[in-house]
Ligand binder design. Structure first.
Ligand SMILES: Nc1nc2c(c(=O)[nH]1)N[C@H]1C(S)=C(S)[C@@H](COP(=O)(O)O)O[C@H]1N2
Ligand SMILES: [Mo]
Length: 201
């Protein structure tokens, strides 16, 4: 029954597939609502809250060191895709340009289209997290978050905001879109942190 869309992981890959997940064929698109049409001209990325307000342009991002990243991708709706190849810039490199206040503990990710998702500063500022603008060597397609998305490989992919355009730095946790609607506040796939237990907790 699952065969049309999913396949059972082989043993080696199986060790990389978190519990309750199947390998997807292809790379499914998972978006709540319409795909925003975002052009590079006029693209802006804002920083506010408990940080010095700043606006980064597309060329500001491209001026950061660019890297290739290979990461596994786990959607809470139970599909995973291994070895996704991206090009982008590290969250840590962007964060070197942002002056945050010492009490910052949480970040709200904001997007064109209005989607939000929350993350702790420890889960956000990690060497392996990145802003991606290419997927398998091609410009990131709009449906996968182009021109630019965040990728946070160690958490369920709803934390990997597509069309990201802002970071709001907070000292207390606030809940993003799915977290307010019953999903887990953190979303760690190996612990199957899928759903919260009421009020997003
Ligand atoms: N802005 C925005 N980002 C988003 C979403 C969304 O609906 N809007 N969906 C999330 C979910 S639930 C998943 S699984 C991944 C899916 O990314 P993909 O469509 O590139 O596979 O994007 C995440 N980021
Ligand atoms: Mo998802």
């Amino acid at each position: 029954m699952l065969g049309k869309f999913f396949r059972k992981p082989d043993q080696e890959q199986g060790e990389r597939v978190p519990p309750g997940q199947h390998l997807a064929k292809g790379f499914p698109v998972l978006t709540y609502g319409a795909t925003p049409q975002v052009s590079i001209e006029g693209w802006e990325f804002r920083v506010w809250g408990l940080a010095k307000s700043a606006i980064f342009t597309w060329s500001d991002f491209l001026a950061l060191p660019q890297h290739e990243f290979t990461a596994d991708f786990h959607c809470v709706t139970r599909w995973s895709k291994l070895d996704v190849k991206w090009t982008g810039v590290k969250v840590t490199d962007l964060m070197n340009l942002i002056e945050v206040e010492p009490q910052v503990a949480h970040v709200m990710e904001h997007c064109y289209g209005g989607y939000t998702t929350n993350i702790t500063i420890e889960d956000f500022v990690r060497e392996e997290n990145f802003f991606a603008f290419q997927l398998f060597g091609e410009p990131l397609p709009a449906e996968h978050g182009g021109p630019m998305r965040l990728v946070v490989p160690h958490l369920y992919a709803w934390k990997s905001a597509k069309w990201i355009n802002g970071l709001e730095f907070l000292n207390q946790e606030e809940l993003g879109f799915w977290e307010r609607n019953g999903y887990h506040r953190r979303g760690e796939p190996w612990a199957e942190e899928r759903y919260g237990s009421g009020f997003g907790f």
